[in-house]
Design a protein around this ligand. Sequence first.
Ligand code: ARG
Length: 587
Amino acid sequence: MTPAPVTSLADAVDATVADAIARAVPESDGAQALVRRSDFADYQANAALSLAKQVGRPPRDLGTAIAEAVGGELIAEATVSGPGFVNLTVADSVIWRQVAARLADERLGTATMLDGRTLVVDYSGPNIAKEMHVGHLRTTIIGDALVRIAEHLGATVVRHNHVGDWGTQFGMLIEYLSDHPEAEWHRVDEADPTANITALDRLYKQARTAFDADPDFADRARARVVALQSGDEATVSIWRDLVTVSTTAFETIYDRLGVTLGDTDYDGESGYNDQLANVVDELVSAGIAVESEGALCVFFDDVQGPDGTPVPLMLRKSDGGYGYAATDLATIRHRVRDLSADEILYVVDARQALHFQQVFATARRAGWLPDSVTADHVAFGTVLGADGRPFKTRSGGTVRLADLLDEAEAKAAAVITEKNPDIEPRDLAGLATATGMGAVKYAELSTSRLKDYRFDTDQMVALTGNTGVYLQYAHTRMSAILRKAAADPQTVITDPTTLSPPERSLALHLDAYNAVLVETMAEREPHRLAAYLYALAKAFTSFYEASPVLRAETETLRNNRLALVQLSKQTLAHGLGLLGVSAPDHM
Ligand code: ARG
């Protein structure tokens, strides 16, 4: 049994004010307290303003009545300001007790609100025999953060890496490879498995050129597709090799990034191949899919092109081949029927918004996606280069992810060496990976996912501003203080001191950790957690600049401040961990 989460001060204040309203304004009928953080006190309650009309009394009168009715040990002071805001100051002893309670809880006071729920998260999904591009980096990093947060909140999470491992393009590539036994793609570079996929990507482009230029090759490529689909031994064996070489390359990237996707998380398109005919048949019998110009399609009343003509979802092309949409319908049916998903998240490029809108609507009509199950397209924008233009190499090609990660790591190493010139080379290597990969992931996660974002490695590894490196440094400073103090990690606050304004801000900010996790998950927006952690690091800096910790005036003050440092460090490390960013103790 996990313990009940610590009630946050904001919630406790809300309940206290609601109770005061019920007593002071009985005709208010269970009105909300509307408590927010305030610049003038710890919190403010805005209830009087919205209640005034409802009960026909001036808001300032109501505010006064509410302020007078607020009682109990929680609130030290309640005053009215402006047109009727109630400003609330929490008692110092309560704030310190709260810090101690969060410290004593190994979950730092966070909830398990997703207990008993099953989430399927579809993310990463690169394509076999093709280079992973920066878009795949986005889905991989955002998806992995959401998975970690959902698991922390108690959900059972099924990771699905829906790799593109099926389709007519494999006929083309396999035919080309058997025409060119000399082509190198197995062990291009022993040290770097991602080089194999770079080679395959190039061969794939050559295969496509041959397909377009040579009708004889095109015919043989089509025959290969049939051979692959009917399980021809020689063809399937090459296909399997392609899958192995590609997934080995993907896993090299995942390992480097510290992404939690493993080899049991693949849920590739090929696995649904033998269900596609059935999926489409069911939709035809239900009258949901209809024939249109030889193809089988689903139409929607509310989906039209700019010229007003309907835009259908195509399930089967006129040549009989099933497409991406049929597969996605099969995945939904499987995830709901066989895996009992309560929520399905698709972390996929925003350009696929229409596809998912149509797939979800079709699945709902078919009864495969009941109203009790949520399906969310967790969309994200495009990655731009540092110059703000679409991210491409100078020759217009795809930028290799492995090269980008090398670049981020090298720049991180330079930043660390500059700060710490005497660092041991052995320590530097480990740290450069931690900070370089942390920088790339944090840059992604600190941007609102729907915005296009600039991939700028110089900005990512900067020591100042909202960067992973800045947060990691803040963490090492907290660690250093605790190391020097040799503090007992379970600091108990026996004697509550008066909190200075920076101490209060820090303590109240720490108290909002659970609320921000809940909100981050509800909105599927990791940047909310990132912004919270950045604000935490800044609140900590203001506190630390204003308040000596190791040389505090009294022993009590020193202990209480150490507790704040301890809770700051644990919260920052925990939050970074949920974003998949490491929190080193030294840098
Ligand atoms: N392989 C696809 C791509 O590279 C992404 C797959 C996303 N997942 C899904 N269930 N459609 O764009």
